[in-house]
Design a protein around this ligand. Structure first.
Ligand code: GLY
Length: 263
C-alpha cells in the first residue's frame, strides 16, 4: 500500500499571468485569471485539509502551462523521475521543477531522451504503473521510464491513449487500490481488465480526470451525475471549480505532484 493514493506531500505551482497563452486543443475562450487563481487556491486548500504538507512554487511566466506540474515529474515512494515533456513549449518545465523535487528526494533520475514522456500519461496503481502513449509520450520515453522504475521493483505496462485525447489520465483516475474511474472509450480497449471500474456518466466524460488524495476524491465541479455515482459508491467527493483549467485541457491531476518521500 502507499503507492497510489495515500500521500504526505504535494507540490503545486501558482498560475502565471501567461497562463492565458497556455496550450489547448480547441479554443473555447481565454481563461479568466482571477477565477483560475480562486480555483487553484480551493484546490490547494482541499489537499491541505487532508493533513498533507503542500508546497506552492512561484509562478513561471516563461512557461504558460507550468501550473500543470504533474507533467514535469513522476514521484514514487522509491524515487522521483524528471520527465521530458513532448510539447516543445513545455520542455523547460522539467528542468524548472527539478530543484523542488531534489529538495525532498535528494538524488533524482531524469528522462534524457531521445524519447518524450509527460506525467499526465502515467496512472500509478497499487500494483503497476500504467503509461499511455499519446501525442506527448512516445515509445522511447516509455522504455526509458521502464528501465528506471524496474530498478526500483515496479512493473510498468504500456498502453495507448485514445486518439484526440490529450493524456491517458484525461480519461481515467484511480479511486482506490482496485477501482478506476474511466470513460467508456478508454476502458473499451480492455486496458483495465482486473480492476473494478466506475464509468463517467453519459455526456460527462470530461470529469474522468479526478484525483484520490488520502480520504478525498478531488473532482471537477459541474458533473452532477458522476459526482452522485461516486458519492453513492462511498467516496468522499470534494468538488473544485475547473472551468478555467479545462479551457487549457487541464484537470485535477495536472495541478499537483503527490507523494510520500522515501523514509
Ligand atoms: N495546456 C496543457 C497542455 O496542453 O499540456
Amino acid at each position: 500500500m502507499g503507492l497510489s493514493y495515500t500521500f504526505t506531500h504535494a507540490i503545486c505551482r501558482a498560475p502565471s499571468n501567461s497562463i492565458i497563452d497556455g496550450l489547448r486543443a480547441v479554443d473555447t475562450g481565454t481563461p479568466d485569471l482571477d477565477t483560475f487563481r480562486q480555483h487553484h487556491a480551493d484546490y490547494v486548500a482541499a489537499l491541505r485539509a487532508t493533513g498533507a504538507e503542500v508546497t506552492v512554487l512561484a509562478p513561471l511566466e516563461e512557461f504558460p502551462d507550468s501550473v500543470f506540474v504533474e507533467d514535469a515529474a513522476l514521484c514514487l515512494p522509491k524515487g522521483a523521475v524528471i520527465m521530458r515533456p513532448g510539447a516543445p513549449s513545455r520542455l523547460g518545465e522539467a528542468l524548472a521543477i527539478a530543484p523542488a523535487i531534489a529538495e525532498t528526494y535528494g538524488e533524482v533520475r531524469a528522462i534524457e531522451g531521445p524519447g518524450f514522456i509527460e506525467g499526465g500519461d502515467i496512472l500509478v496503481t497499487e500494483r503497476e504503473i500504467l503509461v499511455g502513449k499519446s501525442a506527448r509520450t512516445d515509445a522511447d520515453g516509455v522504455e526509458e521510464l521502464r528501465a528506471i522504475v524496474s530498478d526500483w521493483g515496479y512493473t510498468l505496462r504500456e498502453l495507448q491513449t485514445p486518439p484526440d485525447v490529450l493524456h491517458f489520465k484525461t480519461d481515467c483516475s484511480l479511486l482506490d487500490a482496485e477501482t478506476i474511474l474511466t470513460t467508456r472509450r478508454l476502458a473499451a480497449s480492455g486496458c483495465f481488465d482486473g480492476y473494478n471500474l466506475i464509468y463517467t456518466e453519459d455526456d460527462e466524460e470530461a470529469c474522468a480526470n479526478a484525483i484520490r488524495f488520502n480520504d478525498r476524491v478531488l473532482f471537477p465541479a459541474g458533473f452532477p451525475r458522476t459526482a452522485e455515482t461516486l458519492d453513492k459508491a462511498g467516496y468522499n467527493v470534494t468538488e473544485i471549480g475547473n472551468s478555467e483549467a479545462a479551457k487549457l485541457d487541464g484537470g485535477m491531476s495536472c495541478l499537483s505532484l503527490r507523494f510520500t518521500p522515501p523514509a
